[in-house]
Ligand binder design. Structure first.
Ligand code: FES
Ligand SMILES: [Fe+2]
Length: 464
């Protein structure tokens, strides 16, 4: 494969032949090609910031989990100094996988092949038969450590990149930070995971899940139609359960330079139903009391009010970001679920980890604020797993489409079909919308997903 900025696949197809920036189309072939996959691992996952998990998964010194950054296994561990480190899970001696466990605690990671040992921060400790200097004298001990990634912790979320001299994490987040702060940085103590993540493997290309996670709104109306017919959004007594999810499709969609996107869904109808009052007559505080962010109790609300600007609070009480992505492969979901105990907010995070051109691992975490009372955490966990977990109905819907798309991407004829992203916002920014980024207002459109593909293309054709 030619690796110039417009890579050529071995059959002569240029990367630019797969995407039409004018008509907003992408050839299906992009969802299955093994050469493209290899290039994505190098040009996207080995270059950009990748979401790996939450620091509360490894609370104690020596705790570690093994994760993937694209096609590379990494060790995400808490060092003796209490910091989180991400190192390549490959022994620098002869390339054995250092940790063959998924999770554990140790201050010394010993390679099972020849016994070289490393600290949780990746530093080389030593090799057996020290007096014979098994590791040789050609390199210093500093040079024999595991390869270390650059780490950023944001609201407890752990991100890492191999591009140690590259753009900062703040730069990567860009305009999304203003919104994401309202999701991940709501309280002084922060959030925690409610148990280890669920995982399952899907026979689909990672991009099928990830381009959907870049705020595809339309599929909710059809693929998740059961939500309003028999599910939690059913209107008791109504014919067919109500069956209309279109009101949920209105709001504001935000898309940023680095393809983080979000759907900020209107809460007015829910607040009117809960309070019996016109939301325009309620203060921000009253609205947040009526429909608090997930895991926030009335006692915790003053803390939330203190932490944000008036503009951020206005968005939180009016059109909070409720579903969206971290480019390249993370998704967040924050949903209000009607339950017999009232409306309960639930927070979930997914990573869609590439495992090959037609395989991905779906990883799901449910989170709550550390200060959320235990009974509420238990409800959030149960509802989150039921709806958004690996056995959850919503994710079963979604993950049924991805393998079909991946298979279609291999058909001799169907691989030439294009995916279309031609539903566009016409009058963009809602007057008075206080947040940054590119903003579309009204019914959901394709602009967020198209931004995802534009940025994918930008990275795939970058010079170095
Ligand atoms: S490969 Fe790890 S010690 Fe030899
Ligand atoms: Fe979905």
């Amino acid at each position: 494969m030619d690796r110039k900025s417009n890579p050529k696949l071995s059959d002569g197809t240029l990367l630019s032949d797969l995407i039409n920036l004018e008509t907003r189309e992408v050839k299906m072939r992009a969802l299955s090609d093994p050469e493209l996959f290899e290039l994505e691992m190098e040009r996207i996952f080995a270059k950009t910031w990748v979401f790996l998990g939450h620091e509360t998964e490894i609370p104690n010194k020596g705790d570690f989990v093994v994760r993937d950054m694209g096609s590379d296994s990494v060790l995400m561990a808490r060092g003796a100094d209490g910091e989180v480190y991400v190192s390549l899970n490959v022994c620098p001696h002869r390339g054995m996988k250092i940790s063959t466990h998924d999770v554990g605690n140790t201050m010394t990671h010993v390679c099972i092949y020849h016994g070289w040992a490393f600290k949780p921060n990746g530093d080389f400790i030593g090799a057996p038969v020290e007096k014979e200097c098994m590791h040789g004298k050609m390199m210093t001990k500093q040079e024999l450590g595991l390869k270390k990634a650059r780490v950023a912790i944001y609201g407890g979320l752990v991100f890492a990149t191999w591009n140690v001299e590259g753009p900062s994490f703040e730069d990567f987040l860009g305009d999304a930070k203003w919104y994401f702060d309202t999701l991940w940085c709501r309280t002084d103590k922060g959030m925690e995971v409610l148990g280890p993540p669920q995982r399952f493997t899907i026979r689909a290309n990672w991009k099928t899940a990830c381009e959907q996670s870049a705020s595809d709104g339309f599929h909710v109306l059809t693929l998740h139609r059961w939500l309003s017919e028999v599910g939690p959004y059913r209107k008791p007594g109504s014919e067919g359960g109500g069956g209309d999810l279109t009101p949920e499709m209105y709001g504001t969609e935000v898309y940023t330079a680095h393809a983080h996107t979000m759907r900020c869904i209107e809460l007015d109808r829910k607040i009117r139903r809960l309070t019996g009052k016109d939301p325009s007559e309620l203060s921000i505080k009253e609205k947040l009391e009526a429909l608090p962010p997930p895991g926030i109790t009335p006692e915790m609300l003053p803390e939330v009010l203190r932490r944000f600007s008036d503009d951020q609070l206005r968005v939180m009480a009016w059109r909070p970001p409720q579903v969206g992505n971290f480019f390249p492969n993370g998704l967040f979901e924050f949903v209000y679920i009607p339950s017999p105990d009232g409306v309960i907010g639930v927070m979930a995070l997914h990573a869609y980890v590439p495992k090959g051109p037609d395989k991905l691992e779906f990883v799901n975490w449910i989170l709550a604020e550390k200060d959320t009372p235990p009974e509420l955490k238990a409800k959030m966990l149960r509802l989150g797993v039921q709806l958004l977990g690996t056995s959850g109905m919503v994710e079963q819907d979604d993950s049924d489409t991805w393998p079909h798309q991946t298979l279609a991407a291999k058909g001799a004829v169907s691989k030439h079909i294009t995916m279309k992203y031609q539903s566009m916002y016409e009058n963009n920014r809602l007057e008075g919308w206080p947040g940054p980024g590119d903003v579309g207002d009204g019914f959901t459109k394709d602009d967020t997903q198209w931004r995802w593909w534009e940025y994918w293309y930008e990275l795939m054709t970058a010079e170095n």
